[in-house]
Design a protein around this ligand. Structure first.
Ligand SMILES: Cc1ncc(COP(=O)(O)O)c(C=O)c1O
Length: 423
């Protein structure tokens, strides 16, 4: 008799994701059926960056690889929550970029394989059956599936988008948000800054109100900082330099800022008892993070701080994505005339379509060869909206223009812009 896999795994396997939906759709067979030339397809679906990694980081890897002793060292298991020197370097990096006075010590740092894995493990540490996790609506489509295997955990949503006016309204709802937390008593409040999919940045007032309410009811405010280094304005919110405390934890990644997507490391900044819990759970789930990436990152951070090479690199990187964001918004306004959010950082904008998001996505792909991500998986507010990522096109701004031209011509033919007033 064939053995069955667990019910949990089956649920997990059958959980749809909007990114998977579009990836399944964007297949060679579909292109052939629709008469699309794969070379002419333009994709806004990937949540990834496409700028060059720092040259000094590449050299740090090269030096390790060319040194037989250090290369041998990089083949050893590190401790379950990371090498002490890398945990120390991460503290230096945070203080260097955000605030020398930040209350952060190496014992507050747990390093893992990447922030997705660490979020998954962290949620298993923080949540019990019957607990609630509070997410803004919209929010990153991976969060619900990261807690879906936790039996009896409920998700509560708080809308931060005014769909009628297509505005991010978190700041207008600070009191309501704090009230919602006090009433619903979520064990975890999970925010993202800059956010995926909106690329908006919750204000310090919003985050501080959430933390105060979290303190009062004994819960955790968790911020996912996957895009922390990609903020377009020079002035950063105060909470970017908060250290962890009993009710505040942050999650970080080297995927986006230094194009480490395929050389991933993640880390969590948390009180020591949470770091110890992560040590235990990682000991069983991943055993330990990658050594080579930690060694290279440590050298890059140490030398980069000493020679003041990190800040200029990040400034230059931010400019690239800001230019791509501006080009995307300009092209949307020119050719689509549909409401979209102006990105404050990160890689995305969301576009109101007033057409069910999967139908819109499918029709646009079939007729224009442009790939966007249906909004349904990000929350109720994006049922009739799509997410566009300009990250992969950061070096191809002309293609952004070309894609919007094609989409605009199609929407005109379809009459799909009727009744939608531009912002
Ligand atoms: C909000 C958010 N968090 C986390 C991640 C994944 O980060 P990592 O590569 O460290 O797993 C992504 C990736 O797109 C993301 O958008």
């Amino acid at each position: 008799m064939k053995a069955s896999i667990s019910k949990k795994a089956t649920v997990f396997k059958n959980t749809k994701s909007p990114v998977r939906e579009i990836m399944d759709l964007a297949s060679p067979q579909f292109f052939q059926q629709a008469g699309l030339n794969p070379d002419e397809v333009i994709s806004f679906s990937g949540g990834w960056v496409n700028h060059e990694a720092p040259g000094e980081l590449r050299m740090a890897y090269a030096d390790i690889i060319h040194d037989p002793h250090r290369f041998h060292q990089s083949g050893a298991y590190p401790p379950s929550i990371g090498m002490p020197e890398c945990r120390r370097a991460i503290v230096d990096f945070e203080k260097h970029l955000y605030d020398p006075e930040m209350e952060l010590n190496p014992e507050n740092i747990a390093i893992g394989c990447n922030s997705s894995q660490m979020t998954f493990n962290l949620m298993h540490i923080l949540l019990d059956p019957g607990d609630t996790i509070l997410l803004p609506d919209p929010s990153y489509c991976n969060y619900p599936s990261q807690v879906s295997s936790l039996e009896g955990v409920k998700i509560s949503y708080f809308p931060v988008l005014n769909v009628e006016e297509w505005r991010y309204v978190a700041d207008e709802k600070i009191e309501e948000f704090a009230l919602h937390i006090r009433r619903e008593k979520p064990k975890v409040i999970l925010l993202c800054a800059p956010d995926n999919p909106t690329s908006q940045i919750p204000s310090t007032a919003f985050v501080a109100a959430a933390l105060e309410a979290a303190r009062e009811i004994g819960s955790f405010l968790v911020i996912d900082f996957a895009y922390k280094a990609l903020v377009f304005e020079d002035t950063l919110p105060d909470y970017f330099s908060w250290g962890p405390n009993d009710n505040y934890i942050s999650i970080h990644s080297n995927s986006k800022w230094c194009r480490g997507l395929g050389r991933r490391l993640g880390w969590v900044e948390a009180p020591v008892r949470i770091v110890e819990a992560l040590e235990a759970i990682q000991g069983s789930s991943i055993l330990c993070p990658d050594t080579l990436h930690q060694m290279a990152l440590t050298v890059y951070i140490d030398n980069g701080i000493a020679n003041d090479r990190i800040q200029p690199y990040i400034r230059q990187t931010k400019k690239l994505y800001q230019a791509a964001a501006q080009q995307t918004v300009r092209a949307i306004e020119t050719y689509l005339k549909l409401p979209c959010l102006i990105p404050q950082g990160g890689l995305y904008t969301v576009l109101r379509t007033d057409i069910e998001s999967s139908v819109f996505t499918r029709e646009v792909l079939k007729n224009t060869g442009v790939i966007v991500v249906p909004g349904w998986g990000f929350g109720e507010t994006l049922q009739q909206a799509v997410r566009l990522s300009y990250g992969p096109l950061v070096n191809d701004l002309d293609r952004i223009e070309e894609a919007m031209k094609r989409m605009g011509a199609f929407l005109n033919r379809k009459g799909w812009r009727m009744g939608i007033s531009p912002r």
